[in-house]
Design a protein around this ligand. Structure first.
Ligand SMILES: [Zn+2]
Length: 251
């Protein structure tokens, strides 16, 4: 119970920081200074107005100083991160899989937000993810590391082929993100990438159906959020999917 409460509280606090990362990292601003300030009037946010989720609700999404609107994206990201961290603690039962799952969550949330807004996945995010994946994997489960390295190379390689085949659809940021997802998920990266591709193709078909082939093809949809969604499904259902596949087709 304590672990779940802790995961929820830390998830909300870290989610608050991920909001800062998603906003400032692509704008090349410092992640620590200045502290949070209102985007409208620039007044620094008081510590008691900076409580994840709660402050936004109490202030009904407005700045205390100028009453300018504060995007609901902030409390949504905080609540989502908290819920995902709680889910990771509930769904995983070994230290290594809890730790790798939480790193994955904290990696794909800002990656998806930044890719949606800026069409990039910063190297600093994927590089940090790779370093954490290797450090945690080697410290807590060295015997499983070869499998995760193979999964990372396979997922990255697969996306690299896809990016070379469809240069407009994917970028190197997606390739690196898929590789890091493999280092964190191990074999469960396979359903993650498949779900991402299916969802991406499906959305592409919907856009083409609504806008027509010509306009639809011009509507670039970043692939990072699909990879993030696939990764989150795999965090919670990846191993059962892999087991199901192996039981049906391999044995
Ligand atoms: Zn303000």
């Amino acid at each position: 119970m304590e672990a779940i409460t802790f995961a929820g509280l830390m998830g909300a606090v870290v989610g608050s920081f991920l909001n800062v990362v998603a906003y400032r990292l692509p704008r090349h601003e410092s992640l620590v200074s200045p502290g949070s300030h209102c985007p409208h009037c620039g007044v620094p946010v008081k510590p008691y107005d900076n409580i994840p989720i709660i402050s936004w609700l109490l202030l009904r999404g407005h700045c205390r100083a100028c009453e300018g609107p504060i995007s609901p994206r902030y409390p949504v990201v905080e609540a989502l991160t908290a819920a995902l961290c709680v889910g990771a603690v509930l769904a995983h039962h070994t230290a290594v899989s809890v730790a790798l799952s939480i790193v994955l969550i904290l990696l794909v949330v800002p990656a998806a937000l930044i890719d949606l807004e800026h069409r990039i996945i910063p190297n600093r995010i994927t590089a940090l993810g790779a370093v954490l994946a290797l450090a945690i994997g080697l410290a807590l489960d060295p015997a499983g590391e070869p499998e995760r390295l193979i999964a990372g190379a396979a997922a990255g390689g697969f996306l690299l082929l896809a990016a070379l085949a469809y240069p407009g659809g994917m970028g190197m940021g997606d390739v690196k993100l898929a590789g890091v997802m493999g280092l964190l998920l191990g074999p469960a990266v396979a359903p993650a990438v498949l779900i991402a591709l299916l969802a991406g193709v499906l959305l592409g078909a919907v856009i083409i159906a609504r806008k027509g082939a010509r306009e639809g093809r011009k509507t670039a949809v970043p692939f990072g959020p699909f990879l993030a969604a696939g990764a989150l499904v795999a965090v919670f259902a990846g191993q059962p999917i892999v087991d199901l596949y192996i039981n049906h087709f391999v044995h």
